[in-house]
Design a protein around this ligand. Sequence first.
Ligand code: GDP
Length: 216
Amino acid sequence: MNIISATYLISSPSVDKCPPADKPEYAFIGRSNVGKSSLINMLCDRQNLAKTSATPGKTQLINHFVIQSDPSAAGKKKNATISWYMTDLPGYGYAKVGQGQRASWKKMIEGYLRNRSNLVVVFVLIDVRHDPQAIDLAFIRQLGEWRVPFCIVFTKSDKENQRTVQMNKKQFLDTLSKDWEYLPPHFVTSAVKQRGRKEILTYIAECNESLQQLTP
Ligand code: GDP
């Protein structure tokens, strides 16, 4: 898949204020500092599309970007340009956020994840340098209860040697296996080395393609 354009559209405080649900939508979420802005910028091949390190906890909004892409880069000439939403969701795990803000985050995220009809999949970002963290596992468990399809994106893989990356990835997936019969699709990425870009974009292109086939 070839990204033709990536444009910021709007930031919304709740699902009912989001733009019309008229395109396939892919959301990104993770704990604060996991590398979400860097990943979004890397995927779109833009420097500052998602603001890297916006003030933690302050930006409790759902940020929509419109992406125009060209699946013909994968050698399929018949496909025209297709447009879809990429959504940057406010993360969890900010140390300085109070009870009230945490509760409003939860309400907004639950409202969005359970009611956004065009949401195809949520990419949950996991910092590959750490052991499985309770907060990430709890969020994933919650996604399961809500029946929201998700993928795992391991971030910052350039910060560790590849043996450690593989070990931490395996440990995380092994932990998930205790709860899940099937493991979700997963990707190892580095925003610095552009690692995982092609794999994630190909996955999105495949999802878009199968949705098009469903449309009469
Ligand atoms: P966010 O809070 O989840 O949006 O995280 P950011 O994208 O702002 O990244 C947090 C910090 O991690 C920043 O200092 C980034 O430069 C750094 N970072 C993010 N992704 C990577 C990566 O793939 N490799 C390395 N080495 N640093 C990264």
